[in-house]
Write a protein that binds this ligand. Structure first.
Ligand SMILES: NC(=O)C1=CN([C@@H]2O[C@H](COP(=O)(O)OP(=O)(O)OC[C@H]3O[C@@H](n4cnc5c(N)ncnc54)[C@H](O)[C@@H]3O)[C@@H](O)[C@H]2O)C=CC1
Ligand SMILES: CC(=O)C(=O)O
Ligand SMILES: [Mg+2]
Length: 611
């Protein structure tokens, strides 16, 4: 039995992991570990990490100088939870019939206010209602929040570094109050979902991703750090907005840009050398470059390139199974990828690697890549170096009646793909004609993945996909859609093909293994774990990914797979009291148990004051 860490002692607060140590000693309900707090009185009430609102027991009120600062009656955690959920339901009821954007922002506001006031209650509400709340704190509403962030901003969360901080970052990093940081999500706001350059307003993305880390991976919220690196924006609309809260200057470019990122990475690594850093929503021209620059030096990954690739590959393998074919048939699948950016190229990279493993390095995958200028072939002038390996040989293209730059409809008609996968950021690009052309797919169960976010940027809606491409398709989308009623009691199942199924497990597995870096092998293990998670029966029903309700379970499995891969590649240096040798001796089940027991869970811990 692997003992969990007693988190409180390490971070001076928040000793709220489910504690196996206690449960193995006591036969009764485990007592939560006490949590050390270095403040007293109203300072505690204004600190969302420690605040319990009316939930402070009387003894604690005495101990912490809170007596008289709260109404006399003590309200239990359960009562507080019920009251919050009741006000959320009232809000839903009272906003019925109002425009979707108004309702969505109102829901985000009520959750955000709780987040700012009482983190324990917030995360319990999030974990227990993840299916309902993920679309608010994550895609699609987080996109709307980013678009309006300057107006919505009330209280700071995370850290802001800007081009004006050059030379200061190494000292600024010590302004962050937590001694320990495990998980960092960093953006420069240059490609927020499919919404483009939103400058400093992109900060809602790292915050939302880290909320998912807490909910899905049980990362202690006291140890997460969302970071915005504001190097300016090229969004004229924002530059002209007098209330814009970011730097009002064009984006830094070239050497100037990279030197600022270098400085920040050095500062982060110097203070928290074991923290995992996730790069998020960097524009294409910097996404690959920064990944290659840092991935051999520190424990980091790019979620849009690597997390997305793993989730997409799991979905693609699922579609092979859904067709009733052996997995090795993946090498013969005709896949049209629409969007040759960070995400699309990440997917193709991983898909090519999978084919090479299955069918040998000489295999020639039938993958087709399109960008805004159409089909990318070896005749393309000025092709990006990251896209070049996926350019289709022109002779092959011509033999199909296609040419350099063929449009999507023509490609779908001539190729008759098994899979159409969109990562273009362009809403509706899978139009009626394109979807109808998928009816002539060579697959008995064609797959359509409209993976772009948020909802309006999806390549097609779920309803249109089933309506035009036929009821036998398998469908996935980056943002959630309702299942589609096909009539006669039949339902078109909607999968959420989103990197949220992998990034929490990649991050947690990397952290708990103490991996020096995040290797391709670790990412592949994560993807394979997700791919094999679904049963044959589920796959036959068109379910490629599990329900988000079981996200902690999936994350535990993925995290364990990542740890095992890190150990196998001798990258694991261990974490806290669990060293690499102990990790190596864990069975798969023990490893899943180790990951699970390290997941933080929100309960009120007794607070103990220390000067
Ligand atoms: N579901 C998920 O988990 C994820 C979804 N995404 C989504 O993928 C989208 C793209 O992200 P990135 O690759 O980082 O963006 P990017 O800007 O790097 O790439 C976009 C690509 O789409 C191409 N494109 C634009 N218009 C097109 C058109 N009409 N037809 C065909 N291709 C077109 C561009 O030429 C470019 O190659 C975004 O909407 C993002 O939200 C990204 C990561 C994860
Ligand atoms: C999901 C995600 O990472 C994106 O749309 O960028
Ligand atoms: Mg992203």
């Amino acid at each position: 039995m692997w003992r969990s860490r007693v988190i409180s002692s390490a971070v001076g607060g928040g000793g709220r992991s489910r504690n196996k140590l206690f449960s193995s000693i006591c036969s009764t309900t485990p007592v939560p570990a006490p949590c050390i707090v270095h403040k007293r009185g109203s300072d505690i009430l204004h600190d969302p990490w420690f605040n319990k609102d009316t939930g402070f027991p009387l003894t604690e009120r005495d101990r912490l100088g809170l007596r008289g600062l709260l109404p006399p009656r003590v309200i239990s955690f359960q009562q507080q939870y019920d009251r919050f959920m009741e006000s959320f339901r009232s809000l839903e009821h009272n906003t019925q019939g109002q425009p979707l954007t108004v309702v969505s922002l109102a829901k985000w506001r009520i959750l955000n206010r709780l987040h700012d006031r009482n983190e324990t209650l917030y995360y319990r509400a999030l974990i227990d209602n993840i299916k309902h709340f993920a679309p608010i704190i994550y895609t699609p509403t987080v996109g709307l929040v980013c678009q309006n962030y300057s107006g919505l901003f009330r209280r700071p969360r995370g850290m802001y570094f800007s081009a004006k901080d050059k030379g200061e970052m190494m000292s600024m990093i010590y302004n962050w109050p937590a001694k320990q940081v495990d998980m960092i999500v960093l953006t420069d706001g240059s490609r927020i979902l499919g919404l483009g350059d939103l400058g400093v307003q992109g900060m809602a993305i790292p915050i939302g991703k880290l909320d998912m880390y807490v909910a899905a991976a049980g990362i202690n919220p006291q140890r997460v750090l969302p970071i915005m690196l504001d190097v300016g924006t090229n969004n004229h609309h924002l530059l002209e907005n007098p209330l814009y809260i970011g730097l009002r200057q064009p984006r830094l470019e070239g050497e100037e840009y990279i030197s600022v990122v270098d400085e920040l990475m050095e500062a982060l690594h110097a203070r928290w050398p074991k923290a995992v850093v996730q790069f998020e929503d960097f524009q294409f021209k910097w996404a690959f470059e920064t990944l290659e620059r840092y991935r051999k030096k520190i424990c980091m990954f790019n979620d849009d390139i690597q997390g997305t690739a793993g989730v997409a590959l799991a979905g693609l393998l699922g579609t092979v199974r859904a067709q009733g074919r052996p997995l090795s048939d993946f090498a013969n699948q005709k896949i049209v990828v629409v969007g040759a950016g960070s995400a699309g190229l990440g997917v193709l990279n991983m898909a090519y690697q999978a084919v090479a493993r299955m069918a040998g390095p000489k295999a020639k995958p039938q993958f087709f890549l399109l960008d805004k200028n159409g089909l990318i072939t070896t005749e393309r002038v000025g092709v990006e170096s990251a896209a070049a390996p996926f350019s289709k040989p022109i002779e092959e293209v011509k033999s199909l009646g296609l040419h350099e730059g063929s449009d999507l409809l023509d490609v779908v008609k001539k190729v008759k793909p098994h899979v159409l996968l969109g990562l273009s950021g362009v809403g509706g690009v899978f139009n009626e004609d394109v979807l109808k052309a998928m009816r002539n797919s060579d697959s008995s169960k064609p797959a359509i993945f409209a993976m772009s976010n948020p909802t309006l940027n999806a390549e097609c809606t779920a309803a249109d996909a089933f309506k035009h491409a036929g009821e036998n398709i398998v469908f996935g989308s980056g943002s959630p859609f309702e299942n589609v009623d096909l009539g006669n009691g039949k339902v078109g199942h909607v999968n959420q093909a989103n990197n949220m199924y992998l990034f929490p497990g990649i991050g947690l597995g990397s952290l708990l293994s103490g991996a020096r870096i995040i290797s391709d092998g670790m990412l592949q293990a994560a993807s394979e774990c997700l791919a094999s998670y679904m049963t044959e029966e589920e796959i036959q029903m068109g379910r490629l990914y599990p329900s988000i309700d079981s996200i902690r379970h999936i994350t535990a499995e993925v995290g364990a797979a990542v740890i095992k891969a890190a150990v196998a590649e001798e990258l694991a240096e261990g974490h806290c009291e669990v060293g690499p040798k102990e990790l190596a001796h864990m069975s798969k089940e023990e490893c899943v148990e180790y990951v699970t027991s390290n997941m933080w869970y929100p309960i009120y811990s007794p607070l103990v004051h220390e000067k």
